[in-house]
Write a protein that binds this ligand. Structure first.
Ligand code: FE2
Length: 286
């Protein structure tokens, strides 16, 4: 693919690093479209060496879809509510810590989950702060045809805090944030809204399957989650200051490594998240 920027793959199945691009500029549609195509081909892209104002980052985020309004209001930026602050402030109450330390894609407890999420790195700790990604599309492709046929048409039930998938938990922790919404239903095998590519869509909030015995559904979801994170489908990446890491929630899952909550020099982590719903405007128009 010929692109107006430099691209370095992070692995065979997943992830590309982009250099030679300034997202602070009002980029032409052709460049944005090339980035969108790259994301759809690679699942995760990291645009290096950025220095963005909140307004510039907000504008870049809107190229990917309609901004998602995060349900915890205190995490939203006052002036740019699409920006969601993620940090390791030691004042963070215990149940609010490490909320992303399990494999998931974003906001699947919503009626319309996040299609794309991005993180802009401002501070990174010297040790830790790794984000793990896995390709749910490559994992789907690798399934036996008989399994694909068995999964086709199944609908998973999602609710925040219902699934016991966090490492070491046998039951969800009731002190964790609750969405206060009814369960949402999403196809177990997703179809990408732009490319049509299929993927395993179990996320971290799927806890049941319509019409299936609960124990059988639990076993099926658990086995698919284990399949998705096999080493051949995975990459690990540490988001550094100046990185804008963008992922496609339809074809990937991600997982944060547990953080030390500290305000000390060299231990702080600060990121700004934007998630979007729907298709990019340039794809809708195409
Ligand atoms: Fe997440």
């Amino acid at each position: 693919m010929s692109t107006p920027f430099n691209v370095i793959p992070l692995s065979r199945n997943l992830g590309s690093v982009v250099t030679g691009l300034d997202l602070a500029a009002d980029l032409p549609d052709s460049v944005i479209r090339a980035l969108i195509d790259l994301l759809h081909a690679r699942g995760v892209i990291v645009v290096k060496d950025q220095q963005l104002t909140d307004a510039q980052y907000d504008r870049f985020g809107r190229h990917w879809g309609r901004p998602l309004e995060f349900f915890i209001a205190s995490h939203r930026d006052r002036q740019f509510p699409a920006l969601i602050k993620i940090d390791n402030d030691p004042a963070t109450p215990e149940p609010m810590r490490d909320g992303a330390v399990h494999w998931h894609c974003d906001s699947t407890y919503e009626e319309e989950p996040a299609a794309v999420t991005m993180l802009y790195g401002r501070e990174a700790p010297r040790v830790g702060g790794i984000t793990h990604f896995a390709s749910t599309a490559a994992a789907y492709d690798a399934l036996p045809e008989a399994t694909k046929a068995r999964l086709d048409g199944l609908v998973a039930v999602h609710e925040l805090g219902k699934a016991p998938w966090i490492e070491g938990e046998t039951q969800p922790d009731p002190r964790r944030p609750q969405r206060g919404m009814p369960p949402q239903r999403h196809p177990l095998i997703a179809r990408h809204p732009v490319t049509g590519r299929r993927s395993i869509f179990t996320s971290g909030t799927a806890y049941a399957i319509d019409g299936m015995d609960p124990a059988e559904a639990n076993q099926l979801i658990r086995s698919l989650r284990e399949h998705v994170v096999k080493p051949e489908f995975r990459i690990d990446y540490k988001i550094m200051p100046g990185d804008v890491a963008v992922w496609d929630n339809y074809t990937t899952v991600h997982c944060a490594s547990p953080m030390e909550y500290s305000a000390e020099e060299g231990k702080r982590r600060l990121l700004y998240r934007i998630s979007t719903k729907g298709r990019p405007a340039l794809c809708v128009a195409a």
